[in-house]
Design a protein around this ligand. Structure first.
Ligand SMILES: Cc1cc2nc3c(=O)[nH]c(=O)nc-3n(C[C@H](O)[C@H](O)[C@H](O)COP(=O)(O)O)c2cc1C
Length: 256
């Protein structure tokens, strides 16, 4: 075969492709564990930040020791049997997902898993917060976040998103610490147990009797803000965590 023959060129290109693809595959498989660890650490850091527990400079693993991971069975409205190892197992086989009827799907997510991972914060042996995952459609994207509730299971102690595709400077202002700072102290349910929390258009009238349940809107991002209200309405409502929170309050399992 001559040095410059087409066959030789193709053979060299083929060998090069083969070697490169083997290298890429080996790297992808070899780094999978590390990627999973990083993803997990990032998720834990987000949970700590949203619950106002994150201390920069201290390891996330160390700080996460005060957080207990528990699985909620949304169908039963209780913590799931401890033999259920994790949401991922349930999510992967898709068996535990149920379709959400359109008239009940205010979050715009179409289906959800029966099992959800939640996080209980215990400080000095006392329950101080529960952190619940929430997600739903904004204007351009599905927004993923956590809401933290205090010991009464009705007052927000923290709220924020860790992933979304809203426009920076408009809908993206949901990440603005000033806006996130408006949530702690807001009430989710009223005395009668009705779901009340929502984002309003404009600024909340502090004199209004409902002010404790209302959060200022984001100027130029009414549609994203509406998405936030809608997803909270789903997740904290009767098809989301409301029955679970009601049962948990009654059980006294996490009494402050
Ligand atoms: C390029 C572009 C990006 C936009 N991104 C968002 C967004 O992320 N979230 C949002 O609610 N509105 C966004 N808007 C504005 C909406 O179209 C709409 O005007 C706005 O939600 C109305 O809010 P306002 O009543 O507070 O002005 C965007 C508009 C444009 C032109």
């Amino acid at each position: 075969m001559s040095k410059d023959s087409t066959l030789r060129l193709l053979a060299v290109a083929f060998c090069l492709c083969l070697v490169c693809s083997i290298l890429v595959s080996v790297a992808a498989v070899g780094l999978k564990g590390r990627q999973e660890n990083n993803k997990n650490r990032e998720k834990r850091r987000n949970i700590l930040q949203i619950a106002n527990l994150y201390e920069p400079g201290t390891s996330v693993e160390e700080q996460f020791k005060k957080v207990q991971t528990r699985i909620i069975d949304l169908e039963k409205g209780r913590f799931a049997d401890p033999s259920i190892s994790g949401v991922n197992a349930a999510e992967k086989d898709g068996k535990d997902r149920s379709i959400i009827p359109a008239d009940k799907d205010s979050a715009g997510i179409q289906s959800r898993s029966r099992f959800v991972e939640a996080y209980l914060v215990m400080e000095k042996g006392r329950f101080t917060q529960i952190i619940l995952p929430v997600y739903g459609k904004g204007l351009w994207s599905t927004m993923y976040g956590f809401i933290a509730l205090g010991p009464d299971l009705s007052t927000v102690s923290g709220f924020g998103f860790y992933e979304h595709g809203e426009t920076p400077g408009l809908g993206g202002e949901i990440d603005n610490p000033a806006w996130r700072g408006k949530w702690p102290g807001k009430g989710v349910y009223d005395q009668a147990g009705n779901l009340r929390i929502e984002v309003v258009k404009g600024v909340v009238d502090a004199k209004s009797p409902d002010a404790e349940y209302k959060v200022d809107g984001i100027s130029g991002a009414t549609l994203t803000a509406r998405g936030v209200s809608n997803l909270l309405s789903y997740w904290l409502g009767e098809n989301g965590y409301q029955p679970f929170l009601h049962n948990l309050r009654k059980s006294g399992e996490v009494a402050p």
